[in-house]
Design a protein around this ligand. Structure first.
Ligand SMILES: Nc1ncnc2c1ncn2[C@@H]1O[C@H](COP(=O)(O)OP(=O)(O)OP(=O)(O)O)[C@@H](O)[C@H]1O
Ligand SMILES: O=C(O)c1ccc[n+]([C@@H]2O[C@H](COP(=O)([O-])O)[C@@H](O)[C@H]2O)c1
Length: 188
């Protein structure tokens, strides 16, 4: 599952769990972006990586990869999948992300080759199916996830205004955010 995870929240975790169950996946590898070029103001990658490790630690079918964090330059999914194919030789790869992100896939780097490397799973909230054209037949699955109206943007806003994020993100992530004073609004 690819994402910026700034911070990881229960929407991501439920989505990963549902996809793994419905597709019978052996493992879900969370891949935090290194330099998300469309989100230039993202929190430092090591913080996002560590929050993802904390959030996924209790699930034996979840793991976290550093392939995007350890690669210099902007994060492109073509590089993510090339690196993961080398780490998991022979594995059938499914790239899970939000429907909003996957809807833009034709604008990503080397879109034709992406579909040779993985099957894409676009997770969406009920009723949010997008009308997307230009995707190859059978290479993208759309999967509705039980409604969880959580977003990383909302979590950051809540921390910034002093509202709680308990139960929106895992407990360890609440504590990590407080310990490292992430998402606090800097005084004007
Ligand atoms: N509650 C949710 N249910 C289903 N999919 C989600 C949910 N929250 C996020 N996603 C999807 O997971 C993918 C990776 O997450 P990302 O790190 O971009 O989180 P986000 O909450 O969408 O972040 P932001 O609010 O900063 O844009 C995204 O493409 C996003 O659409
Ligand atoms: O490859 C690209 O050009 C590309 C462009 C935008 C997003 N992505 C990937 O899409 C996933 C979701 O990204 P984001 O920023 O919405 O969390 C993440 O794994 C990104 O690396 C990939």
């Amino acid at each position: 599952m690819g994402g910026t995870f700034d911070p990881i929240h229960h929407g991501h975790l439920v989505a990963a769990s549902e996809v793994a169950d419905r597709l019978g996946l052996d493992e879900v590898v969370f891949v935090p972006t290194g330099e998300p070029y469309l989100k230039p103001d993202a929190t430092g990658s090591e913080h996002r990586y560590l929050m993802t490790v904390i959030a996924t630690a209790s699930n034996p079918r979840f793991s976290v990869s550093r392939v995007d964090i350890d690669r210099d330059g902007p994060t492109y999914t073509i590089d993510t999948l090339t690196d993961l194919a080398a780490v998991y030789p022979g594995a059938e790869l499914f790239f899970i992300s939000g429907a909003d992100a996957i809807a833009q896939i034709v604008d990503w780097k080397e879109p034709e080759r992406l579909f040779e490397l993985a099957h894409f799973v676009a997770v969406t909230r009920p009723g949010h199916r997008l009308n997307v054209r230009g995707l190859p037949e059978g290479r993208v699955s759309w999967m509705e996830i039980p409604a969880l109206a959580i977003s990383s943007t909302d979590c950051r806003d809540r921390v910034g205004r002093g509202a709680p994020v308990w139960y929106l993100v895992p407990d360890g992530v609440v504590q990590y955010i407080a310990k490292h004073q992430l998402y606090r609004r800097t005084p004007a």
